[in-house]
Design a protein around this ligand. Structure first.
Ligand SMILES: [Zn+2]
Length: 438
């Protein structure tokens, strides 16, 4: 007996759509096709609804351990699944930072205890942890190594020699925060006496372009596989355009860089202080063109919550980052509604490509044997984002009051319905650690 049968669902894939029944059993997709023979405990007519795999967010900062006044694995994962993100990969700049077997396993134990989303973790690169990285990679404990070319997070920045050594000595995927520290230092110094400089002047677009150029040289030399996080400028796209498909480089773009710009933001500038910065309209439009042309690989939220009290500090003291995991899917759905991209591109960049890039078993596709992580949704409906509905502990969003796509009709994680129309169910089962194809 199946646990759940979705009848006449329109399944969206990057290659197109098909109408089929989907049966779920024991947390897996047990059947996809015309009417199946067996019975189901629950049957749902999905006529007029779309079904896609759950969103995989390869870039969240759930702040746990150590910074749990901003977020923790419970609140962060509830925010995620409420709006269709069924798998998250957490970044290493927690306290302590995730940089070895001990801290990696400790974080995974916390996630196992608290997360209602499926989860995996990144390890942070330090000057001397290549050996630990390689063992954790081989053992399937990490999705990859996060490298901060900009020292935005204190201890996790490396100098040139250490970066080069990391590329030569470590294995696996390298995820990169690409801003050039020398240029950042120079511009920081030039504006240090101003009480409220433009964040784009302190961290200018050329710092991002310079770091991407350097990465390209490193990848050419070492043939390492690199995933560049949060591309934000037209110049980075121009550098990467002629290399597309030739080098093992993939890319991520965030909703905040796609939906916010310095010209259109009306609120407190500290709220959208983020690294790399929110850019001018010109850059934002270039990012959308790249999405449309299939030149960017993944959407990642870079969910980096801070409290409003922390954001109320002066420019220099206010921390960089903003919550985003909860608005990732509805913002993108609203973009689909307004014709900025098709559902096929959405599924490709939210599900299929992240599953492939992070080598996740059973994720990103609706097929027999895959994990039953699904979103049932309608297209073309929108609503306004209400602060009171947010699950993130940070309790705010730069998109409050803005038009977003309607919440998914149903979010299913490992075969369990966890949210309906933006409301979480009462008892949420625990998420599971992802496994990697190695
Ligand atoms: Zn980040």
């Amino acid at each position: 007996m199946y646990d759940l049968l979705l009848r006449d669902a329109t399944i969206v894939q990057s290659t197109g759509r098909l109408v089929a029944d989907i049966a779920l059993e024991d947390g897996k997709i047990a059947y996809v096709g015309g009417s199946p023979g067996g019975k189901a405990k629950e049957e749902v007519s999905a006529i007029g609804h779309f079904v896609m795999p759950g969103v995989i967010d390869g870039h969240v900062h759930f702040r746990d351990p150590g910074l749990t006044h901003k977020e923790d694995w419970s609140t962060g994962s509830r925010a995620a699944v409420r709006m269709g993100v069924t798998t998250v990969l957490d970044m290493p700049n927690t306290v302590p930072p995730t940089v070895d077997a001990k801290t990696a396993k400790a974080k995974l134990a916390i996630a196992a205890e608290r997360s209602v989303a499926n989860y995996g973790i990144w390890i942070g690169a330090t000057a001397d942890n290549a050996k630990a990285i390689n063992k954790l990679w081989d053992d399937g404990v990490i999705c990859g190594t996060k490298l901060f070319l900009a020292h935005t997070t204190g201890t996790l920045g490396l100098d040139d020699d250490a970066v080069h050594k990391l590329f030569l000595d470590s294995k696996g995927l390298i995820g990169v925060h690409a801003e050039d520290q020398r240029l950042l230092d120079k511009h920081h110094k030039a504006h240090a006496k101003e009480p409220r400089p433009e964040h784009n002047d302190v961290r200018p677009p050329e710092a991002a372009a310079e770091a991407v150029s350097r990465l390209v040289r490193l990848v050419r030399e070492t043939k390492r596989r690199v995933h560049i996080c949060h591309l934000s400028t037209a110049n980075e796209l121009t550098i990467l355009e002629p290399l597309f498909g030739d080098l093992p480089i993939t890319t991520e773009v965030t909703p905040h860089h796609l939906f916010l710009s310095v010209e259109t933001w009306q609120g407190d500038k500290n709220l959208i202080k983020v690294n790399p910065p929110i850019r001018p309209e010109l850059d934002r439009r270039a990012l959308w063109t790249a999405v449309k042309r299939g030149r960017l690989n993944t959407f990642g939220s870079d969910h980096a919550p801070h409290t409003l009290e922390e954001k109320a500090a002066d420019y220099w003291e206010a921390p960089a980052g903003m919550p985003g995991v909860e608005t990732l899917f509805p913002l993108l759905m609203n973009a689909v509604k307004h014709g900025r991209m098709g559902l096929e591109r959405l599924v490709e960049m939210c599900c299929e490509q992240p599953a492939a890039i992070f080598a996740l078993e059973g994720k990103g596709r609706i097929q027999v044997g895959a994990d039953a992580d699904l979103i049932l949704f309608k297209e073309g409906e929108s609503t306004k984002l209400k602060k009171s509905e947010l699950e993130t502990k940070a309790g705010w969003s730069p998109f409050e009051g803005k038009e977003i796509g309607a919440p998914p009709v149903r979010v299913i994680v490992n075969g369990h319905t966890v949210a309906r129309n933006g409301t979480l169910m009462d008892d949420l089962p625990k998420g599971q650690a992802v496994t990697y194809k190695r």
